[in-house]
Design a protein. Structure first.
Length: 509
């Protein structure tokens, strides 16, 4: 029997606990699930801090979950706890995190929107991988409406085209409109304008009006599926577009108390149900989708899947492909040289694989190298001179599927040092990073500089070559006859970091 695993999420409206085990077929078996309401989002969006009452409530919830986990043989140290946007935006989040740690033993991690998208995607992908859903060959929108943000993923022919964490959610909208004593019609207009203001940037990545598959994730849309949808499998539903619209229209005539009585949900959940389903419905109207696909999953299940995805070849392959697709789409958006990027990516990965024992980093580091290789020249869009610095700026301020804030920073740093005489060790910001991050950046940058040098002319002449690692050198054997003078010159300029970091001389034969 496998050991149960546990995860806790602090959201805008509640604290959720999930305990599950992974079966031999890599499927999850849910053992325990709990959710306790808390008005954290309302606190932060009105005052900017987590109130004393809410802090006390959080401590009591965690103490209760601590007792609950004991029955599964689990401790706070065994449990991954993460907080989303509302908690992160609180000015006093650090002392609150410390208080929870001291009084309950649970250590809180802060997740950003893009990390939530990654976990959601893993959950969705797992739910539908065995079903007849056109997930891999249709333009698709995956939407998650939360209390603080609305997370959206755009997929073009099954490949990630864009990811966004939009700063409007049910609690945020409710608090914004509360002072106006707004009616449902006024809230609808506000939401419509919020969506329309973001549609332009979304359309630059994927024409929303051509989307034929709409996937909605979240407890509110799952409730709608139970009321007016049809089951596809145990954890997958579909709702006809017209039935969903009628359900949303009918719901607007209910009071909060009537929603609680009819659907047997908590008052906290009922307060935001109308606005949540309104957001789903308005996004749906922008597409050509005739049905909504509703997987019963969440970020909690996504996190547990992320821990086992290295054993699940399907999920790991899917995730890697989508990160690479997202990076390529970003490069395309800035009119980058895709052929050069792909060549450098290929060479970088081959060098990494040959030197895997010397690099001594995990598979995530290889993925960061791939991403940096694709995006290293993206700054040329701004200006060719010092384009590495412009690449750093664009990457730092972009959203790449599957990369959290720390990953994004590492990729940006690798791109920053891929050319020129600038040394990371001369940069004060670099020296302030944790040692493990500094070594990751140095090793991956050293490899990228060699790969970039081998396509100095941007003509992909080194697509056919072999690599041999000797006791003193990294030998690159070309198999095509051409004049490698440019590549030799580039290597003489860019191999110093590689030789310094790894202790091997780079030889082009």
């Amino acid at each position: 029997m496998t050991t149960p695993e546990s995860v806790i999420e602090i959201g805008s409206t509640g604290v959720r606990l999930l305990v599950a085990e992974t079966r031999p077929d890599n499927k999850q078996n849910i053992l325990d699930r709990s959710e306790l309401p808390v008005h954290l989002g309302r606190d932060v969006f009105t005052s900017g801090i987590i109130s004393q009452d809410t802090q006390n409530q959080l401590v009591q919830i965690f103490l209760r979950y601590k007792e609950q986990l004991i029955s599964w043989g689990l401790t706070p140290e065994d449990t991954y706890c993460f907080a989303t946007t509302a908690f992160r935006d609180a000015k006093n989040c650090d002392p609150v995190m410390d208080r929870i740690l001291v009084q309950t033993g649970f250590r809180i991690h802060i997740a950003d929107g893009i990390e939530e998208n990654k976990l959601t995607y893993l959950g969705v992908s797992s739910c539908i991988q065995d079903q007849n859903v056109a997930f891999k060959n249709e333009d698709t929108v995956i939407l998650v409406v939360g209390g603080s943000t609305t997370e959206i993923m755009l997929m073009n022919d099954g490949k990630m085209a864009g990811v966004h964490s939009l700063r409007f959610g049910t609690i945020r909208i409710e608090q914004h409109m509360k002072s106006l004593a707004s009616s449902y019609d006024n809230i609808r207009r506000f939401v419509e304008e919020s969506i329309n203001s973001t549609k332009g940037s979304l359309d630059s990545e994927l024409n929303i009006s051509n989307v034929k598959q709409f996937i909605a994730v979240g407890p509110d849309v799952t409730l709608a599926a139970l009321q007016c949808g049809q089951p596809i499998s145990t954890f997958l539903w579909k709702i006809e577009k017209e039935k969903f619209q009628l359900f949303v229209q009918d719901l607007q005539h209910y009071t909060v108390n009537e929603i609680v009585a009819r659907f047997k949900i908590s008052y906290t959940e009922a307060e935001t149900l109308q606005v949540s389903l309104l957001i789903y419905n308005l996004f749906l109207q922008l597409t050509k989708a005739n049905t909504i696909i509703v997987p019963e999953t969440d970020v909690l299940q996504g996190y547990l899947l992320s821990k086992t995805s290295t054993q699940n070849e399907f999920l790991m392959s899917e995730f890697t492909d989508q990160v690479v697709a997202s990076a390529k789409n970003l490069l395309r958006k800035y009119h980058g040289d895709e052929a050069h990027a792909e060549c450098v990516r290929m060479i970088s990965c081959r060098i990494y694989d040959v030197m895997k024992s010397e690099v001594a980093l995990d598979n995530q580091a290889r993925l960061l190298l791939e991403t940096a290789a694709i995006l290293h020249d993206i700054g040329v869009f701004i200006r060719n001179d010092n384009h590495n610095l412009h690449s750093w700026y664009i990457i730092k301020n972009s959203e790449i599927f599957g990369l959290n804030r720390k990953d994004n920073t590492i990729v940006a740093e690798i791109a920053k040092y891929h050319k020129g005489a600038l040394s990371p060790q001369d940069d004060e910001n670099f020296l302030m990073m944790p040692r493990s991050d500094r070594m990751t950046i140095l090793k991956l940058t050293a490899i990228l500089r060699i790969a970039d040098a081998l396509d100095r002319g941007h003509i992909q002449q080194f697509s056919d070559f072999s690599i041999r690692l000797t006791s003193t050198s990294l030998e690159l054997h070309t198999k095509k006859s051409h004049n490698p003078v440019l590549e030799r010159l580039a290597l003489s300029e860019k191999s110093e970091m590689f030789e310094s970091v790894f202790g091997y001389k780079v030889v082009l034969i």
